[in-house]
Design a protein around this ligand. Structure first.
Ligand code: 2AM
Length: 169
């Protein structure tokens, strides 16, 4: 099964991010991520066998994440595959990303990315990768838990299902 570790936004922020996705789509075209799918990917794991997925599940449900606040203050784009995102630099998230990947390495996952750009994808296959005319962003995302998420490929894109969440504080 195809898995990743993510932070899921609180509902009020999800709604606000959805409004930004509408704005971005009106300006850039492309495919808008549904509100229910908006997330920050901490670690993309790809295809994982069932036995390893069970280990990950146990690790996540027993885990506590240092709570934090992520300040979202910028638009960004990735040329391929036409991604428009919102995000912001965050030493706390970089630390969380590093500690998650340290543990994943001990599970045998070796695809640790060299570079982590904390972002929430709003559009895919955008026609225009220009965001300088879009409104300024100043949002705060308080996070307390991390999620293990399964991705299903469907005709009109991916559908996500949360399998486990780390402990509540
Ligand atoms: P993206 O939003 O920047 O595209 C589920 O597919 C999540 O994992 C998405 O948020 C996606 O990030 C990320 N993802 C998908 N395929 C990936 C890959 N090959 N390498 C890194 N991240 C990937």
């Amino acid at each position: 099964m195809r898995l990743f570790l993510a932070l899921e936004p609180p509902d009020s922020l999800r709604k606000r991010l959805g409004e930004l996705a509408d704005l971005a789509q009106a300006h850039c075209g492309g495919r808008r991520m549904p509100d229910a799918s908006l997330h920050l990917t901490l670690a993309f794991l790809g295809e994982v066998e069932e036995e390893r997925a069970d280990e990950l599940f146990q690790w996540v449900v027993d885990m506590t994440v240092p709570p934090g606040e992520w300040r979202l203050d910028s638009w960004g784009t990735f040329r391929r595959p036409g991604i428009v995102w919102v995000g912001g630099r965050s030493p706390a998230l970089e630390q969380l990303h590093a500690s998650v990947w340290d543990k994943l390495a001990s599970f045998g996952f070796s695809d640790r990315p060299g570079h982590f750009v904390p972002h929430i994808t709003l559009l895919r296959r955008a026609r225009r990768l220009e965001t300088q005319d879009l409104s300024e962003i100043d949002l705060t995302w308080p996070y307390r838990r991390l999620s293990l998420v399964r991705s299903f490929t469907e005709n009109d894109g991916a559908r996500y299902e949360t399998l486990a969440r780390s402990r509540n504080h």
